[in-house]
Design a binder for this molecule. Structure first.
Ligand SMILES: N[C@@H](Cc1ccccc1)C(=O)O
Length: 499
């Protein structure tokens, strides 16, 4: 092994530079002082540390920065501020009036953000301002401004954490390395030390110097550079795993479009036109009018009948006048159940099994558990004599293949299924987590599609499930672009994905 007195050229450079100095240096200062690249300085410091010639002190400093989103908010204000102007005169205002006062593109986001902050209360179509929360909003803006100006934000910790979750502030932990020379040892080495050659150059060979010099020994235990080949994203691997399981169970994949009409997203699924999820704070509308409902006349007519008085089902329907104008509107789909509906509208013959996976959209404020767009999965299954319990057994089998031995069902409500359940699975130390909704399509839905056999349906959001299974603490990690974070998430995910 090398003795501590043997130094390579670069080590010599650094040691000589440090010889008459007593202060501490950062790696950057050392590199520029010795005129070597930072990466070399890093490597040399490691060697000198092992030889006891330098010591290293590491300090951590927290630094806050505004994200792109944060800069936008500082410039234009929080989306929910739009509500403040509208609510300045009156503390309570009709949703209809708000729709007149605030841009249609901004309103759903402002409402979602306002609701989340507790700034407003929405009840019976009225929006009420909660005055105590206005102060908090002002404080948040002050914090953003301070961060922009690199001023101290001590004492605002709680709000800062919330703003970080909202994606407006980024917290960086800066690692500061300080290198301290060990003066006595350096002196000793410079007196007794001999230099070693770490590179063979042509001049060493030609001059015959190679006979005299001492070569640096190879360290066969040193780590080689890491190579990262391109690989499939862990989330797309996760989705692929689900697809494989479904294909094994005999399901066929079907696809739909992201822009839909309310008719397909809600009405054919017997979701009443005044259902809360069809309100502006739960759905993104497309700012474009279309003249008609894109569907067969008979289907439109059937939907109207079933909504108004139950059609031939024997139920009483919703007992209102069904409005084509509402059904016509274009939206970003809020649930992949829309694709199941479209599949049923093609009158498939039982037995059949279909599934779909894709993005859905709902206004929401971005934080560690919410994104305004996320992946959903929906599947339908029909057999001539399929009972509800047989359907639940089928779900058990699916989740078993996903790796969940324990599954519990609780009664639930969905507008298009009856009976309905929500399903919980046990995930690691999180305990039981709600992951899906399921049920048998109601007679009203079957009547609309003219389907004569029972159809079971289930649906679930995939982002949060992936988060829980792949051990991610923040939903945004699924869409991160930072390579190092991606590598970490990937290696965590592999434990679950290697099947
Ligand atoms: N579409 C429902 C889930 C669901 C699908 C199919 C049957 C029952 C429930 C949701 O988004 O919450």
């Amino acid at each position: 092994m090398e003795s501590k007195y043997e130094l390579s050229d670069n080590e010599q450079k650094v040691v000589k530079f440090l010889a008459d100095k007593n202060e501490v240096f950062s790696i950057e200062e050392l590199a520029s002082g010795c005129n070597i690249p930072i990466s070399t300085a890093n490597a040399v410091v490691e060697l000198l540390k092992s030889k006891g010639l330098v010591r290293e002190e590491v300090n951590y400093k927290i630094q806050y920065k505004l994200t792109e989103e944060g800069k936008k908010v500082l410039e234009k204000g929080f989306p929910e501020e739009a509500l403040l102007d509208a609510l300045r005169e009156k503390q309570e205002i009709d949703m209809k009036e708000l729709e007149k006062n605030i841009d249609r593109k901004i309103l759903p986001i402002a409402l979602a953000a306002g609701k989340k902050r507790g700034l407003i209360d929405i009840k019976n179509g009225k929006v009420k301002l909660i005055p105590e929360k206005v102060e908090e909003l002002k404080k948040d803006k002050e914090i953003l401004l301070k961060i922009e100006r690199s001023e101290s934000v001590e004492g605002f910790k709680e709000r800062i954490e919330i703003l970080i979750k909202r994606g407006l502030i980024e917290k960086k932990i800066l690692k500061e390395r300080k290198i301290k020379p060990e003066a006595k040892k350096i002196k000793e080495v410079l007196e007794k030390g001999e230099s070693v050659v770490s590179k063979i150059t042509s001049s060493i060979i030609v001059s015959g110097k190679w006979r005299e010099v001492k070569f640096k020994e190879y360290n066969v235990e040193a780590e080689p550079p890491k190579v990262y080949p391109g690989i499939q994203h862990f989330y797309s691997k996760f989705i692929e795993k689900i697809k494989m399981i479904l294909l094994e169970l005999g399901f066929k994949e079907v696809y739909g479009s992201i822009i839909e009409q309310e008719f397909w997203n809600f009405d054919v699924l017997f979701q009443a036109q005044d259902h809360p999820s069809r309100e502006i704070h739960d759905t993104f509308w497309i700012d474009k009018e279309v003249k008609e409902i894109f569907a067969r006349k008979e289907l439109i007519e059937k939907t109207r009948e079933v909504h108004e008085y139950g059609g031939k089902t024997g139920s009483i329907g919703w007992r209102y006048k069904w409005d084509q104008e509402v059904a016509k509107r274009l939206i970003l789909r809020t649930q992949t159940t829309v694709v199941s509906g479209r599949t049923l509208s093609l009158s498939p013959e039982a037995p059949f099994r279909f599934f779909t996976i894709g993005k859905v959209f709902r206004p929401d404020v971005i934080d560690a558990r919410h994104l305004p767009e996320f992946y959903q999965f929906d599947a339908i299954i029909s057999e001539k004599d399929m009972s509800f319990s047989k359907f639940l057994g089928m779900l058990k089998l699916f989740f078993k293949k996903m790796g969940f031995e324990e599954l519990i069902f609780k009664p639930a409500y969905f507008p298009f299924t009856e009976p309905s359940v929500e399903g919980y699975v046990k995930i690691g130390n999180l305990g039981y987590v709600e992951v899906f909704g399921a049920g048998m399509f109601r007679p009203e839905v079957l009547e609309i599609f003219d389907i004569k056999h029972p159809v079971g349906a289930w649906g679930m959001g995939l982002d949060r499930l992936a988060m829980a299974l792949l051990n991610l603490s923040d939903i945004r990690m699924l869409y991160d672009r930072n390579l190092e974070n991606l590598r970490n998430s990937y290696s965590n995910a592999l434990k679950y994905l290697n099947y």
